[in-house]
Design a protein around this ligand. Structure first.
Ligand code: SF4
Length: 298
């Protein structure tokens, strides 16, 4: 689908309003394929029943134009802004916020946002520093890519960070990821995507783990060493027996994605961010003249 708007700020706002609802209702094809394949390979009876129910849930949501899960999450956006895109990031943020509010009120969606201490609702899925927006700025380009990742609390609560020491090596990374996923059990609504962030600093490792869960199932890290670790962890995680919804089985994760950054010689941060089976994401590409193309990737 594509649209054209003459007001660029309005185009970004309309795109955000569409992305949030679209992501919640219509999960991407790579995820549907992964869930269907998981259903076929699962040998435990309860695990298979869970996967059959999930696949049916996705189909019913589509047939009834409804959301796939009641938890509409917190709206997380990733923006890639070209150097020559003619709308300032402050205005992009404003548009994303208003678009999120419009989607919440007009659909309507459950409003999850609260003050972190008083727990009072702060508005239609917005508030102080909500939505969360991650920025990337690209030289020599005039476009804007926006990806919306509604993040449910069941999986976000199962986020873990460990400042491993360099001597722990790859073995320590594997051990921490396995301990995290086994410890989480059925809480993050498995099987989903396990995102692992390695390197950088403590906060950046967690950001990288979040970036990892937003990649399509089937993608691999371009670094061959990292891609090898993705495969090894995928196999190890599926040998844990946690299974669908933690009821035991062959399929604990649909995919394991790693993003990495170079780090200090005495640092080895490892972050795990879990994404549930409802691994929702939707993207839009916006040109300087307000043309919007919607797709699932970037
Ligand atoms: S973790 Fe995911 S599937 Fe489970 S309740 Fe939350 S959004 Fe829904």
């Amino acid at each position: 689908m594509s649209t054209v708007a003459t007001d660029l700020r309005q185009a970004v706002e309309d795109a955000a309003a569409h992305l949030y609802v679209w992501a919640l209702k219509d999960i991407p094809q790579d995820l549907r394929d992964a869930l269907a394949a998981a259903k076929d390979r699962e040998t435990s009876v309860p695990g298979r029943r869970v996967l059959e129910t999930i696949v049916k849930n996705v189909d019913v949501a589509e047939a009834e134009n409804n959301i796939v899960c009641q938890d509409t999450g917190i709206a997380v956006y990733t923006c890639r802004v070209g150097e020559h895109f003619p709308l300032h990031p402050a205005k992009i943020y404003e548009a994303l916020k208003i678009g999120t509010e419009r989607a919440t009120l007009n659909t309507p969606l459950r409003s999850n946002a609260v003050h972190t201490l008083t727990r009072e609702n702060t508005g239609p899925n917005t508030g102080y520093r909500l939505p969360i927006v991650h920025w990337d700025f690209l030289p020599g380009w005039d476009g804007l890519d926006v990806k919306c990742i509604p993040k449910g609390s069941g999986s976000e609560n199962m986020s873990f960070l460990k400042m491993c020491v360099p001597a722990d090596g790859v073995k320590g990374i594997k051990q921490f990821v396995l301990e995290s996923v086994v410890g989480a059990g059925g809480k993050p609504c498995p099987p989903g995507i396990v995102g692992v962030g390695i390197g950088g600093s403590a906060d950046y490792a967690m950001f990288l783990a979040k970036e990892a869960i937003a990649r399509p199932v089937g993608t691999t890290n371009p670094d061959p060493e990292v891609a090898k670790l993705e495969r090894e962890l995928f196999d190890l995680l599926n040998e844990t027996g946690v299974g669908p919804m933690g009821l035991g089985g062959d399929v604990t994760v649909l995919s394991c994605h790693i993003e990495h950054a170079d780090t200090h010689m005495t640092l080895n941060p490892v972050a795990v961010n879990y994404q549930c089976w409802a691994a929702r994401r939707a993207s839009a590409h916006i040109t300087p003249d307000g043309h919007v193309d919607f797709d699932r990737e970037f």
